[in-house]
Design a protein around this ligand. Structure first.
Ligand SMILES: *Cc1c(COP(=O)(O)O)cnc(C)c1O
Length: 367
């Protein structure tokens, strides 16, 4: 028996999307970003589906260790690096690449006596102001890293774009970041062996100048657009995840009735109300506004009233024959998650990452 709320994962779409990345960045190696349980899609499932990637990236050490324990042998970069010697040990033992972004990490390296080598990604902060060394610091840091016998040579270099999803006509940040990255690297004694990485999904899709030795796509691999103004389908991508539930009650409401907590929705004309078994405890966004589209039997109906923990309510006025048990889709191929994100004043990343344990994950049948 399928539980009321479930997500269908179309694993075949992952290879399609990976192929699209290759079309956008034909000469680059692909580090598939599968942090945060592969953006809520199931990390081991996606590591398998993306086995043609050249490497993987995760955010945290434990995420990398989990992949190794599951037998994943590909190169894995840990984007947040490590914060203590114990974490560095874990990286070394499991053969994970460390991102090096702070003087505290540098000090740990210099005090470390482990003989096994580790590959590193030296991170330059070109304006994101999150992780990374400042341009003025890079030369000295690079020289110190070259002195650490445990660090595999050559050292790789990376940065992260803050505004790659912004409208290129009005935003100068990305060009500034690219120039700063290239100018700063020009001061280091690098050669072709030092691999570079800049582009996330938005960088790959909108900034061909950001495509270097390695690209780091995340959201586009899941078939989702990084841009607020487009959908994955419009970019030639296929969404992997769709979220489903069913109607559990259908009843008439009359003019003057209110619906849901706070009585925030007032019925202005007699209609049929549908109650759907999905709520914020499943990861459906609490702030989805009235009118957010929901598919009932494949047809769009509007959300009414507030999203509650286990249920939402919809106006079935356009679907007089809908009944309890009927199929409901909250997002998926026919209802882009990007559109739902806009209705909930958020980004699709938070929606797919936010699907909770209560939602059963089911893999789509492969053709
Ligand atoms: C998450 C992340 C990515 C992937 O970003 P998308 O927008 O999902 O493509 C790439 N690089 C870094 C450093 C990240 O943290």
């Amino acid at each position: 028996m399928i539980p009321a709320a479930y997500a269908v994962l179309n694993v075949a779409a992952a290879s399609h999307n990976l192929q699209k990345v290759r079309e956008y960045a034909p000469h680059a190696k692909i580090m598939a970003v599968i942090k945060a349980n592969a953006y809520g899609h199931g990390v081991l499932r996606l590591a398998g589906a993306l086995s043609n990637a050249d490497g993987f990236a995760v955010a945290r050490v434990d995420e990398g260790v989990r992949l190794r324990r599951a037998g994943v042998q590909k190169r894995i970069a840990v984007l947040e690096g490590f914060t203590c010697a114990e974490e560095l040990d874990e990286l070394v033992v499991h053969g994970l690449d460390a991102v090096v972004h702070s003087f505290a990490q540098l000090a740990i390296f210099e005090a470390y006596t482990e003989r096994d080598k580790i590959a590193v990604w030296l991170k330059l902060d070109t304006g994101m102001n999150r992780l990374g060394f400042k341009p003025a610091e890079l030369q000295a840091v690079y020289a110190r890293l070259m002195q650490c016998s445990m660090i595999k040579q050559p050292i790789n270099l990376m940065t992260h774009l803050a505004n790659a999803d912004a409208d290129a006509k009005h935003d100068t940040m990305t060009l500034k970041q690219l120039a700063l990255f290239n100018d700063t690297l020009a001061t280091l004694p690098l050669d072709a062996g030092n691999e570079r990485s800049i582009a996330n999904s938005a960088g790959i899709l909108a900034w061909s100048q950001a495509i270097t030795d390695w690209v780091r796509p995340g959201i586009m691999l899941y078939g989702i657009s990084p841009f607020a103004e487009s959908t994955g389908a419009e970019l030639g991508l296929k969404p992997i995840m769709s979220l489903h539930s069913r109607l559990i009650a259908v009843k008439p409401i009359v003019k003057g009735d209110t619906v849901g907590y706070g009585g925030g929705w007032l019925c202005e004309q007699d209609t049929m109300l549908g109650v759907v078994a999905i709520g914020y405890a499943d990861g459906y966004p609490r702030y989805a506004r009235v009118g957010t589209p929901v598919l009932v039997n494949g047809q769009r109906v509007p959300l009414i009233g507030r999203v509650s923990m286990d249920m939402i309510t919809v106006d079935l006025g356009s679907q007089p024959t809908a009944k309890a048990g009927d199929a409901v889709t909250l997002w998926g191929e026919d209802l882009p998650v990007e559109e739902i994100a806009l209705c909930a004043n958020t980004i699709p990343y938070t929606l797919v990452c936010g699907v909770t344990q209560r939602v059963r994950q089911i893999e789509a049948m492969q053709e």
